[in-house]
Design a protein around this ligand. Structure first.
Ligand SMILES: Nc1ncnc2c1ncn2[C@@H]1O[C@H](COP(=O)(O)OP(=O)(O)OP(=O)(O)O)[C@@H](O)[C@H]1O
Length: 126
């Protein structure tokens, strides 16, 4: 039982190490972190509903997950194929495509949620 908990503890430790490494070494991750702060502040300012919070947080998680998987695949590709190879390029392009798909989805969800609040604000004050 003690070994079980020790193993789970180590798994979390390694996972947090990966998250920390991604945030420290990837400029895109810092951009995502900054966008996250912006979205959370905007969410509080607009007073978004519970469902809207869930959609926003889900989108944030989706983008972070895609970016970390992209970093993992880039790192592995650099290890396995540091020299130019068509398949290495394809792997990196696919991983980058996943980040783009997640980011566009998050941007559209953000626009659907925040635009009505923005329009209401504009109508009220202008
Ligand atoms: N070993 C390789 N063989 C073939 N093409 C590669 C290789 N490495 C990179 N490429 C091509 O160059 C593009 C950019 O690769 P790079 O490793 O610079 O990724 P990046 O998207 O700039 O990463 P970062 O997230 O660090 O900015 C890849 O998407 C791929 O098309």
């Amino acid at each position: 039982m003690r070994t079980y908990f020790k193993k789970r503890y180590n798994s979390f430790k390694f996972a947090f190490r990966g998250l920390n490494s991604a945030i420290r070494s990837e400029p895109h991750m810092r951009l995502h972190a900054l966008s996250t702060v912006g979205v959370v502040v905007a969410g509080f300012l607009c007073g978004v509903t519970k469902i809207e919070w869930c959609l926003l947080l889900g989108s944030i998680g989706l983008v972070f997950t895609a970016e970390i998987m992209n970093t993992a695949l880039e790192t592995l590709t650099n290890l396995v194929s540091p020299e130019w190879h068509q398949l290495a390029g394809k792997t990196k392009d696919l991983a980058a495509g996943a980040v783009l798909a997640a980011s566009v989805t998050a941007a559209v969800i953000g626009a659907i949620i925040f635009l009505p609040y923005l329009l209401a604000f504009v109508k009220l004050y202008f």
